[in-house]
Ligand binder design. Structure first.
Ligand code: NDP
Length: 444
């Protein structure tokens, strides 16, 4: 297999899908050598079978707003690969959603889920519906209309959706309610459910906490303590909030958070009270991060991202391609020693190149943010066995999984000079498990 040739072919067959090409290019470049050590893989064209989703559903979603007007959106579910378990991955509601973005997310999810050590395949879904400014009733009607179509493609052993951008506990609850009504079954088909109806403790916290646990493992390899370190976080949604919560607990100083309009810079650090304000602002009032700056009298920068601020550690936790080559150069010039991705593919290829060249600690999302789907897997396990674990039990398992993912990255990504290329490590470890499972199951 020649990575460049495979990619060129995919680009011709699936044009106008830049995010999908970007995600595939990164993986192919790092697994090429290992793949070629296994001629049996190429004999069955394993690489194309792994890059192209098993199937894609797309459908029209029509819903009514509070004024009685009807709107149409597109809905999608990408079932990428189920070699190691049922398709599993979140649902994203955002105006930017299209097939390319969901294909990149489903592709990445396959490797990420493999790394968790739990039996989950990869999938992703969503809609170009924007929840911003919609009433609760509108959100509910949209979720119900979306599930009316989606329900025929999912199930506890088939495909298990969860949340992502624009989809939190509220949306999962509405989707699950409609799903349950239509199928007349109360199963573990969704994860991220409310605690009262099958949700797992620590699921809301899992992605953010997991990213910090992964970061701690990376820092340990260089004997660095997180206490007192200055951290730039982007985003102010689910992942960012719980990332900041854990960082505060560990004595780090978080100076930035953001949303799609701009970022705030708080030189004194966001403490527990200020974070509580942000969580109420974002989760209850659904306000803008700018209001934090007004409340606490700090700097707000409209239309910009926080990477120009001086920090030791950067944790991008908003969206894809939110940190480019220039941003990476600024971070490095300011002495940044670690970047760990809470978001999926937040760093552009040029940014990643800078980080790898500078040999700072850099963790790609598919390793660092795998805590979310890991606890989703634990939610499935609890649902299937009709039990609930305590928060301490789930947190301990999450910790263990993140340590394990780190160990796999070290195993497959350690370079001759002793440093670890976490991109290479995560991609090879994730790939090998899926590849072996596919080989064992024959060409299907
Ligand atoms: P949320 O919807 O809770 O929060 C998303 C945050 O990112 C918001 O602050 C949002 O701002 C901001 N944002 C979204 N789109 C853009 C954009 N185009 N430009 C700038 N800012 C943007 O989502 P999550 O916190 O759940 O997800 C954040 C990232 O983490 C995503 O990449 C997601 O795929 C990834 N992830 C999430 C997991 C989970 O368990 N939730 C698991 C693993 C990865 P605004 O409010 O203005 O839209």
């Amino acid at each position: 297999m020649k990575a460049a040739e495979v990619l060129d072919k995919l680009k011709v067959r699936f044009p106008n899908e830049p995010e999908y090409h970007q995600a595939v290019a990164e993986v192919l470049a790092t697994i090429e050598d290992v793949y070629n050590e296994h001629p049996e893989f190429d004999k069955v064209n394993l690489i194309e079978r792994l890059c192209i989703p098993d199937r894609i559903y797309s459908f029209r979603v029509t819903w009514m707003d509070d004024n009685g007007n009807y709107h149409t959106n597109m809905g999608y579910r990408i079932q990428h690969n189920n070699a190691i378990g049922p398709y599993k991955g979140g649902i994203r509601f955002h105006a930017s959603v299209n097939q390319s973005i969901l294909k990149f997310l489903a592709f990445e999810q396959t490797f990420k889920n493999s790394l968790t050590t739990l039996p989950m395949g990869g999938g992703k879904g969503g809609s170009d519906f924007s929840p911003r400014g919609k009433s609760n009733a509108e959100i509910m009607r949209f979720c119900q209309a979306f599930v009316e179509e989606l329900q025929r493609h999912i199930g506890p052993n088939t495909d298990v959706p969860a949340g992502d951008i624009g989809v939190g506990g509220r949306e999962v609850g509405y989707m699950f309610g409609k799903y349950k009504k239509m199928t007349r079954e109360h199963t573990g088909t969704y994860t991220g459910k409310g605690l009262e109806f099958g949700g797992s403790l620590v699921r809301p916290e899992a992605t953010g906490f997991g990213n910090v646990y992964f970061l701690l493992e990376m820092l340990k390899t260089r004997g660095i303590d997180i206490k007192g370190k200055t951290v730039c976080v982007s985003g102010s949604g689910n992942v960012a909030q719980y990332t900041v919560k854990k960082l505060i607990e560990l004595g780090a100083k978080v100076v930035t958070m953001s949303d799609s309009n701009g970022y705030i810079y708080d030189p004194d650090g966001i403490d527990a009270d200020k974070l509580a304000y942000i969580m109420e602002l974002k989760n209850l009032y659904r306000g803008r991060i700018k209001e934090y700056a007004e409340e606490y009298g700090v700097k707000y920068v409209e239309g910009a991202r926080p990477w120009g601020e001086k920090c030791d550690i950067a944790l991008p936790s908003a969206t894809q391609n939110e940190l480019n080559g220039d941003d990476a150069r600024k971070l490095l010039a300011n002495g940044c020693i670690a970047v760990s991705e809470g978001a999926n593919m937040p760093s552009t290829p040029e940014a990643i190149e800078q980080f790898l060249e500078a040999k700072i600690l850099y963790a790609p999302g598919k390793a660092a943010n795998a805590g979310g789907v890991s606890v989703s897997g634990l939610e499935m396990a609890q649902n299937a066995s009709m039990i609930s674990w305590t928060a301490e039990e789930v947190d301990a398992k999450l910790h263990q999984i993140m340590e394990n993912i780190h160990a796999q990255c070290v195993k497959y990504g350690t370079l001759e000079d002793g440093t670890v290329n976490y991109v290479k490590g995560a991609n090879i470890a994730g790939f090998m498990k899926v590849a072996k499972a596919m080989m064992a199951q024959g060409v299907v």
